[in-house]
Design a protein around this ligand. Structure first.
Ligand SMILES: C[S@@+](CC[C@H](N)C(=O)[O-])C[C@H]1O[C@@H](n2cnc3c(N)ncnc32)[C@H](O)[C@@H]1O
Length: 240
């Protein structure tokens, strides 16, 4: 726990730049004017009961941890070791400060999702929340997570756009079959060439069928869908 006064915490929060995650640190909120409201707490409230309440002895990797909100929640559930990685050093500085103020022992490391093989470790729980659509190579990232770091449970979230339908598809279609691609429930991803919501790091946004198909294709079985954008998955030993 920090010995900083509330005023000093506020000063440090401001010095650490703009926060994406709203958290209360020593009586000060980090992002009280977030465009999504009290985020990610409002998201977490919708699926927290689907996540094992007791993570005693478990290892956790959070990819794209930002300021550490979900890493801290995993630690509060008793995880033995929590590692948060993110490609943005500014967010990691926020995460380290949040850990210091909260007194929670979480390790944060600057690392790109494409480099997870370098960790040379598998984790009982992997969180991969809100990152997929920020990637130019989203399926590669899921493949790498499956191949190198996931052992059992993955908690996944992606922004979704387009149809919420999921079509029942055959395993194969003849070349002359073209209509199926026009079905709203066919897996599809939207490519954002410039920016979406003012953000040039939004690249690929899947519809629901696509998010689910990509998870399966990368070797993850969907075991729960507690919130529109959130999936709990188990790693299968082989890909789909
Ligand atoms: C929308 S935020 C989501 C943060 C948090 N996971 C959540 O759900 O609240 C996306 C995060 O992914 C990180 N990120 C983007 N591309 C990444 C990459 N290639 N490797 C690791 N982290 C990445 C960003 O820096 C940012 O912290």
């Amino acid at each position: 726990m920090t010995t900083l006064s509330q005023e000093d915490v506020g000063t440090r929060i401001r010095e650490l730049g703009e926060w994406f995650q709203n958290m209360e640190l020593g009586g000060v909120w980090t992002a009280p004017h977030h465009f999504l409201g009290d985020y990610p707490a409002i998201k977490w409230a919708n699926f927290r009961d689907a996540v094992p309440a007791d993570l005693t002895g478990k290892t956790v990797l959070e990819i794209g941890c930002n300021a550490g909100f979900y890493s801290f929640e995993m630690k509060r559930r008793g995880a033995a070791r929590v590692l948060g990685i993110d490609s943005d050093s500014g967010y990691l500085a926020q995460a380290r400060f949040a850990a210091e103020v909260s007194g929670l022992e979480v390790e944060f490391r600057e690392m790109d999702v494409y480099d997870v093989a370098r960790l040379q470790e598998r984790f009982d729980v992997v969180l991969f929340m809100g990152v997929l659509y920020h990637l130019r190579h989203p399926l590669l990232a899921l493949d790498l997570i499956h191949e190198h770091v996931a052992r059992d449970l993955m908690i996944f979230q992606s922004m979704q756009r387009g149809s919420k339908e999921v079509a029942r598809l055959q395993a194969d279609y003849p070349f002359a079959e073209t209509a199926v691609f026009g079905e709203p429930g066919y897996p599809a991803m939207y490519f954002v060439e410039e920016r979406y919501s003012g953000d040039p790091t939004n690249w690929w946004i899947p519809n629901r069928a696509c998010a689910e198909a990509m998870l399966r294709s990368a070797g993850f079985e969907i075991v729960a869908h507690p919130e529109e954008e959130v999936y709990l998955c188990r790693r299968r030993s082989s890909r789909g």
